[in-house]
Design a protein around this ligand. Sequence first.
Ligand code: SAH
Ligand code: SF4
Ligand code: F3S
Length: 439
Amino acid sequence: MTAPKKLYVKTYGCQMNVYDSERMAEALGQQGYVETTDMAEADMILLNTCHIREKAAEKVYSELGRLKPLREAKPDLKIGVAGCVAQAEGAEIMARQPMVNLVVGPQAYHRLPAMMEAVDRGETALDTDFPEEDKFLHLPAGRKPARGPTAFLTVQEGCDKFCAFCVVPYTRGAEVSRPVDRLMREARDLVERGVREITLLGQNVNAYHGQGPDGEWGLARLIREMAGIDGLDRIRFTTSHPNDMDDDLIAAFGDCEALMPYLHLPVQSGSDRILKRMNRSHTAESYLTLIERLRAARPDLLLSGDFIVGFPEETDEDFQATLDLIEAARYGAAYTFKYSPRPGTPAAERPQVPDAIADDRLQRLQALITRQQRAAQEAMVGKETTVLFEKPGRMAGQMVGKSEHLHAVHVDGPETLKGRIARVRIIEAGPNSLGGVLA
Ligand code: SAH
Ligand code: SF4
Ligand code: F3S
């Protein structure tokens, strides 16, 4: 018997790429590949890439540069590029790095096994189609024990919103929702394999409108149905668009016990002038009203967001409006980005904000967010919450898990806590995690 071939997968970008990487590893498993965490022993290296900002895309080329000596030492080593850079740049990747054997876009993963056969024959393979067939139907769902007590499940893919700065509608294509029965089967399968928390994923997850047994279902209905799965204790979803937050989903935060009190709801800017130029089709006020309604349904909801500074033509007043919105919204966490012009998107052609100004705004924004994040962590001290324990902590005898509000929490406790949900009283707030004692 020949030894199995080793596959090393490196994932960049969003959680949807994490989910896709797992599915691709399973598809290649059918070609005889087993996964390794040691790049040096790999027979195949697959980079699952992100195109969202220039830096993200450039990372891929520098990583490919670093792979050169490995390939020289091992001429049989196969190198593949998947994900959003593969979709956006296609054949150009092979032109820039001829050692790449395979380029596969995010909608063509199910064709990987056939592509690998071509690569094994010594050919290069490229597929960046948006095929009619549903890639998820052809991808095997994992049969092995789950990687841990939490898992991602992609329910919706693509985006029709076309924000003026964003590549996602071009790299992932139009919005597509997966049918309810497939998702329920995959969720049950995950739970049977030890998963207790599922995060439902989509570039526009709350626009989910999948085929159910009696017509189309929205995300809230899907969540309520999944909440009925015995052994599935926690459900989260990401990323949402403010305009797709319907009444039923808001209500679910109040009446669906399994739905965790954490919501990532990017707003990008607090200036209506900039929001309009971004093609966001919501205002600062409509966003704040929405948050009020969400907090009325679930008072302890922890809100997180995304912000872009230095979007073309952003003035000091526009930026001040963003700071004002943040003060009013009270975030528990947020991701801040400096605008990065992306080829092919409308905003890339507009007058750009000078770098030094954008850098300064980014720093001020981050300082405000850090303050709010600390306040949210400190507000947890003295409170009881539940924690789903995932792994041992850095210190001996410690276990770490996630609270309902997605804070990392460490406690002194036995390894048998792994995969269990326990009540914890929070006693301290550090910069990156909370400390607690089992209640
Ligand atoms: N679908 C999600 C987010 C997708 S991308 C949504 O609608 O919000 C994740 C985040 O990256 C975005 O929320 C945005 O803040 C940021 N982003 C996207 N394009 C960017 C660009 N060109 N420059 C800087 N940040 C960007
Ligand atoms: Fe990009 Fe999100 Fe806007 Fe879609 S809604 S274009 S994914 S930022
Ligand atoms: Fe990046 Fe593509 Fe996700 S551009 S953020 S990997 S959808």
